[in-house]
Every structure is written in structure tokens, then in C-alpha cells.
Ligand binder design. Structure first.
Ligand SMILES: *Cc1c(COP(=O)(O)O)cnc(C)c1O
Length: 363
């Protein structure tokens, strides 16, 4: 079931048992699905996100992670009265800006260098001078480069000013410990095919119930109306408004059980950190350099600089693929890079084998 390992930011390598969980058909109308799969998944997600489970709920949404980001921005920000501040140090921060633009929202994009973290001090300064801002959106792990933004420092400032906080934790939730209530986050977004290690097909929003209530009637999109999706799920005990990706949701439940069996988020974080450490140590021993300084680097995905000017990424990629590893191209303009992910059902020994495979490549 595994021609090669995906060392990518998702979809990623999943276990055989997660894939096998999809080998049955489910009826969205039947309680075997909605009560015993969807509702259990929703509760498990809230428990993963916080110890203050009563204040929060989980809404599942068809599509990829971006659909959920758009559902949140389009349902939480009122065009007439609200203003959104977006922090961006990469493609995913920029994407939130595109969404705000499409929806005709009042917003400002605070841009940081792609190789630097977003700055809590800058947010403090901005909010001190722009009291009309109502919401702040930030990407936790900017998968474009692998930068981990200082989420708790930024969240602290946002809450100090009494603003609402939206977190794109797409590539960190489930793999990096966090508590939405402790952060004061109002909406946290992630998807099935990242650190929970499910397969692609839906995303989810962990939301403060009182903030969801405020979303009624705001969305200008029917299918991305977060409030309506939530209300329908609550009323129907796990029923989705429109066809749900039943097999994918069942696989996700299996993935959540496997996360629990591994020892939860803290244990998974330790494994990802060890994957990352072995990867970087191996690549550096072969003369490769990381794009980012270690201090701002996440354990999720790592950008490496091309080793020399004439480096042929396509050929390098093909050689590694033939040896059982699929890596990822770079995504920034200021430097020639490629990326290697350390999330998914991949383990430190896989990265030791990867180092040997890279050593055997001609590049
Ligand atoms: C994966 C990812 C997304 C969502 O991207 P999709 O292509 O819609 O799945 C959003 N933000 C971040 C930080 C991501 O890593």
C-alpha cells in the first residue's frame, strides 16, 4: 500500500489501518455514521484542543483546509462593521488576504519577511494605533517555509486589546501542543490530512460557542456558512448539511484513535521533533544548509537551500522517488529551496534511510 513515503506537508503518509478504515460504505442518515462517527470525532477534537471543553465546539466542513479558512473569515467578519488584521510571513498568510479581498472585507495585511517570525511587538504597536480592528488572524506554522510563529506571545497581545483571534493551525494542530482556551483563540482551523494523519477531504474549526452564535446571517456563501453548518450538525446529531466525505471521516476517527494510542499530542510532538532532528543532522552532514535559523524552525517541515547554483531539483526529486521518498519543491521567491516534511506516519529511522538515499544521489 506504500510505493513511497510522502515527506510532504500533506496529504502525507498514513498507516495501513487508517486506509483500511475506509473499506466500508456509510449512510449519512444512519446513526452508525452521524452519532457514532461524526459526533465522536467532534468531541475528540474539542478534547484535543482544550481542557475547557464546555466553551468550545468543533465544526467539520467539506473540502480542503482553505475552505475552512474561508468559512471562518466569511462567517465571522461583518463587512459593514468589522476590520481584520492579518499577519503574513508566507503563502498561507497571503491567502487569508486573498480571501478577505474576495469577500470585500476591511482588512490590513501586516507583512513580515518569509524567513522571520511574525512579531508580537509589531501587533501591539499596530493595535495601539488602530482601535477599529476587531479580529486578528495568524498562521501558526507557516508551511511555506516551516517557520513557527510565536503564537502564545501574539495571542497574548491580541487578547490584551480585547480583539478576536483566528488561528490557522492547519499544519501544527495535533503535532504541536496548544490549548485554544489558554491562548484565548476564538477560531482555530485545521484539516484531516495534516498532523492528525488522516486522509484529505474535510477540515475542521474549533470555535468558541459564543463567537459562533455571533456568525448568524453573516456569510455570503451558502456552502461555506459556518454558522449554518454548526447549527445543522448540532440539530441533526452529527448530520452534515450536504454530502459528507463518509469514508474520509471514518478514516479520521481511526487516525484520532491512533494519535491517542501513540500517547497524544505530546508524544507525537516528540516524534516529529526527533524526525526533524535526524533529518537536519543528516542533511547537514552531507553539506546541505537549512533556509531558516534553528530558533524559528518548526518540527513540521524544513526548507533546504539548493547546494549549488546548477542544482537540478527535478533530477534530485526523481532519484529520491525511485529510492522510496517523495519530497516537495520550495515555495518562496527569495531563495532556491526544496522542502522535506517530517509529519505523517514517518519515523526517525525513515530519515536515517533518507540520509543514505540522498548520499547515493548524484546532484
Ligand atoms: C495545508 C495548509 C492550508 C490549507 O491548504 P489546502 O491546500 O487548502 O489544504 C492552510 N494553511 C496552512 C498553514 C497549511 O499548511
Amino acid at each position: 500500500m506504500r510505493p513511497y513515503l510522502l515527506l510532504t506537508p500533506g496529504p502525507l503518509t498514513t498507516t495501513d489501518t487508517v486506509k483500511q478504515a475506509m473499506m466500508a460504505d456509510w449512510c449519512t442518515w444512519d446513526e452508525d455514521y452521524n452519532v457514532h462517527i461524526v459526533e465522536e470525532v467532534r468531541h475528540a477534537l474539542v478534547k484535543l484542543a482544550t481542557t475547557q471543553v464546555d466553551d468550545y465546539t468543533a465544526v467539520l466542513m467539506q473540502g480542503s483546509g482553505t475552505y475552512c479558512v474561508e468559512a471562518v473569515i466569511g462567517s465571522a467578519i461583518r463587512p459593514a462593521t468589522d476590520k481584520l488584521l492579518i499577519l503574513s510571513n508566507g503563502a498561507y498568510g497571503d491567502r487569508m488576504g486573498h480571501i478577505a479581498e474576495y469577500h470585500g472585507l476591511h482588512y490590513d495585511l501586516m507583512a513580515f519577511d518569509e524567513t522571520e517570525q511574525g512579531s508580537a511587538a509589531d501587533v501591539d504597536d499596530y493595535l495601539a494605533h488602530n482601535p477599529e480592528v476587531t479580529h486578528v488572524a495568524v498562521v501558526h506554522c507557516e508551511t511555506t517555509t516551516g517557520v513557527l510563529n510565536p503564537l502564545s506571545e501574539i495571542a497574548h497581545v491580541v487578547k490584551m486589546y480585547g480583539k478576536r483571534l483566528i488561528v490557522d493551525a492547519m499544519s501544527s494542530f495535533g503535532g504541536v501542543p496548544m490549548d485554544v482556551a489558554a491562548l484565548g483563540a476564538d477560531f482555530l482551523i485545521s484539516s484531516a490530512n495534516k498532523c492528525i494523519q488522516g486522509v484529505p477531504g474535510f477540515g475542521f474549526i474549533i470555535a468558541r460557542r459564543s463567537e459562533l452564535e455571533r456568525c448568524q446571517g453573516v456569510s455570503r456563501s451558502l456552502s461555506l456558512d459556518l454558522y449554518d453548518q454548526w447549527k445543522a450538525m448540532e440539530k441533526g446529531h452529527g448530520k452534515w448539511r450536504f454530502t459528507s466525505p463518509t469514508h474520509v471521516v471514518r478514516a479520521f476517527k481511526q487516525a484520532l484513535e491512533e494519535l491517542d494510542a501513540e500517547g497524544g499530542v505530546p508524544a507525537r510532538h516528540v516524534r516529529y521533533c526527533e524526525n526533524h532532528r535526524v533529518l537536519v543532522e543528516g542533511m547537514r552532514s552531507l553539506g546541505f544548509e537549512t533556509l531558516l535559523p534553528d530558533a524559528v524552525q518548526s518540527p513540521v517541515i524544513t526548507s533546504f537551500l539548493y547546494p549549488h547554483a546548477g542544482f537540478d531539483f527535478k533530477s534530485f526529486y526523481a532519484q529520491l522517488k525511485s529510492k522510496g521518498f517523495v519530497i516537495y519543491p520550495g515555495k518562496i521567491s527569495q531563495a532556491d529551496t526544496f522542502r522535506i516534511g517530517s509529519i505523517g506516519d514517518v519515523h526517525p529511522d525513515d530519515f536515517r534511510r533518507l540520509t543514505e538515499a540522498v548520499r547515493a544521489c548524484v546532484y
